[in-house]
Ligand binder design. Sequence first.
Ligand code: GLU
Length: 508
Amino acid sequence: MTNNTREMVRVRFAPSPTGYLHIGGARTVLFNWLVARKAGGTFVLRIEDTDQTRHVEVSVRKILDDLRWLGLDWDEGPEVGGDYGPYFQSRRLDIYNRYLQQLLESGSAYYAFETPEQLQAMREAATAKEGGFRYPRPDPLPTIEQGLAARAEGRPIVVRFKMPDENITVSDEILGQVTLAADQHEDFVIQKGDGFPTYHMACVVDDELMKITHVLRGQEHLMNTPKHIALQRALGFATPKYAHLPVIFNMDGSKMSKRDKDKAIKIGLPSPEIDVHDFRTAGYLPEAVVNFISLLGWSVGADREQIDLNETIELFSIDRIGKTNAKFDREKLLAFNTDWAVRLAPDRLLELFKDYITVNASVGPTFQSVVDRADDATLAKVLEACKGFRTFADVIRKAGFLFVPDESIEYDPKAVKKVLAKNDGEGFRMLEYLLPRLGELSDWTPTGLKSFFKAVCEEKGVGLGKVAQPVRVAVSGTTISPSIEDTLMLLGKDYTMSRIERCVAQQR
Ligand code: GLU
């Protein structure tokens, strides 16, 4: 085995493009990125697209977009290039073939002829017995000539790697020494029937050629690592440092996975956020998400949790990554998001709010109305008026009504009953009283509106609730909105008047 003598830290994130980036994948990206940034090294993005499907291009675009939203940039990879490309595995087939050839010629790999049906039959026969199925190495091994002849006939044969008959120990930076005993090994496939390399082969070759020094990846890959080490040894490659990250669990103890969405939908619950994109469309802030996922397995102490990315870079080290499962505490993430919304500079918050509205515009008419009707200055005021919100979804729930056409206001029957119709239409009477007076009000500013409402309260000898709440229901349809003066200021005089008139006409 060649020792790892590379000096510059080079890490990589190597997603298989199968859709949006899963939050667990985002944690893997982040930890690799942090290792690179801390060491002044290089973060490589490599697309593992050897399972060819039509959706690769779309998925890659989604992943790049998610990474950009998170603020995690890559130094080499798609769209930025680099000295060790191409960074799409599908464009590196000749490279893998060279190494496959080397393994075949040195006797470390061999052609295997079983069809998927034959393998299935072998597997079934084996599981019926004890011990499960492990591919039995043929004796004698097929020769290269036999393999080539079978290929020439168009048979979809594979190449298998001959696992050495020895224990293999992974020196994991987090888990310590993990040994896979020789009797657990299996000659695994390194080239598929379609001529593409498998993940194991392409990953090992690329980690070497891209001079990767540290591999941080999910613990689900731990049992792949002995295979990778064996391949590295057979090819005379260096073994990078490995760190397998703790698994992320839901609070109920189940493993967090994409399937959680299907499960929730099946039992009629709202689909939980799982992909980075879900958090984006649900109105989370990338600063909060990144901060939160940095703590999934890593920590610097319970009193140092809400830290920004620069500080995280400074504090990050692989030795502080734990072995135990990480818990995805959604309440904690909401609390982080609430605090980050207060902490972010208003310009940044506005930029993110606009992104939130844009990514949702195709799914909800309210969002489209906001795009159509609200300018930046108004949106900034809306954010200010909704201060204390947990996610942007709260802002839209609280203030989205400001931007929809009057006809889209739906009156909550409970609110109408309680605030307007009770006591023989007390609320409606208040609206009728207010209408001409509001019409005369010229100072349509928060201060002007505030003194207007104060004066009405004094005149009528009632509390603000009796005056403001009917107006709130009339303009929003509900009892929830920002302060009454902010609400009316943001809505503007014309819409305020038309909504109150419409409410009295329709609901009374
Ligand atoms: N393409 C693999 C995955 O998405 C990469 C695993 C690795 O980091 O080696 O799981």
